[in-house]
Write a protein of this length. Structure first.
Ligand SMILES: [Mg+2]
Length: 281
């Protein structure tokens, strides 16, 4: 075979190989999710996969609730104790526990795994109305024991109130949230389910609602999956009384500043799927 022909054939072979490689890459099953279909399990982000399938998620959640359960009797008995920094003169107030709802009491991982992006509150509300709530591991035993011991349970969620066509209720989401907590097997009074917008000053800055509860109750424990369930001003968008956006550095400093509370009145559940940590820079 003449040299020029051999070189030409070699070059053509290389060109075909490059083309084949390029096509293989291009034609590989898309990890990106089409606009109108739920993501396939293999395409889910690692956080959702972890909560949905890892036994480690179950173990950590149970550990948090077990730690809280073991501390319950002492926190009730010690009238000088409060889990709200700055709460004073609470000795004679009845004890209360403040729970967040999503990923603290009820698990929405199946919603996270299947909803069509982008997120909006209506999609979660519709899904919650259509599905029986699943409890986060450990919460049912803990909440029932606290209830038996006479502790008042509050459920403080950043689900917002919004009007729905044909429904005169200005906040039908309160009923949905109440039903979700009840379905999960946790004792709940609808009057103690507190959503964003139920009162004009109730924003997603939860410290305002925590302080509202502190007027009538000694808050002995906080349970949540987000730093904002425990500490004020942890969100990128500052809302009253916060004046500056939270950053990775300010959030980290806040966690360390209150380190004595972690596992001691404050019990945090794992949530690698979403939260105020996502937007912090
Ligand atoms: Mg939550």
């Amino acid at each position: 075979m003449p040299g020029f022909l051999r070189r030409t054939l070699t070059l053509m072979a290389i060109a075909l190989l490059v083309l084949a490689c390029t096509r293989t890459e291009t034609d590989a099953p898309a990890l990106a999710v089409a606009a109108n279909t739920p993501p396939a399990p293999a395409a889910l982000d690692m956080g959702i996969r972890w909560v949905r399938t890892a036994a480690e998620y179950d173990a950590i959640s149970r550990s948090a609730y077990r730690t809280a359960l073991d501390a319950l009797a002492n926190k009730i008995a010690d009238k000088t104790w409060t889990a709200l920094p700055g709460q004073t003169d609470a000795e004679n107030l009845p004890p209360a526990i403040i729970f967040d709802v999503d990923e603290t009491v009820v698990s929405n991982v199946e919603f996270q795994a299947t909803f069509i992006r982008p997120f909006n509150d209506s999609k979660l509300n519709d899904w919650n109305n259509a599905n029986v709530a699943v409890p986060v591991p450990g919460v049912v035993e803990f909440a029932n024991r606290a209830n038996e011991l006479g502790v008042t349970l509050f459920f403080l969620t950043n689900r917002p109130c919004f009007e729905m066509a044909g429904d005169p209720d200005p906040c039908p989401q309160q009923e949905t949230t109440y039903q979700d907590v009840a379905e999960s097997g946790v004792p709940v009074d609808k009057d103690r389910v507190m959503l964003v917008g139920q009162q004009p000053e109730w924003t997603s800055e939860k410290s305002i609602r925590r302080n509202f509860i502190a007027r009538s109750h000694r808050v002995i424990m906080l349970l949540g999956d987000d730093l904002g369930d425990f500490i004020a001003c942890t969100r990128k968008k500052p809302l009253e009384p916060c004046t500056e956006e939270a950053t990775v550095a300010t959030r980290d400093a806040a966690s360390k500043n209150y380190q004595d509370y972690w596992g001691n009145g404050w019990y945090i559940l794992p949530n690698p799927m979403h939260g105020s940590w996502v937007s912090a820079r």
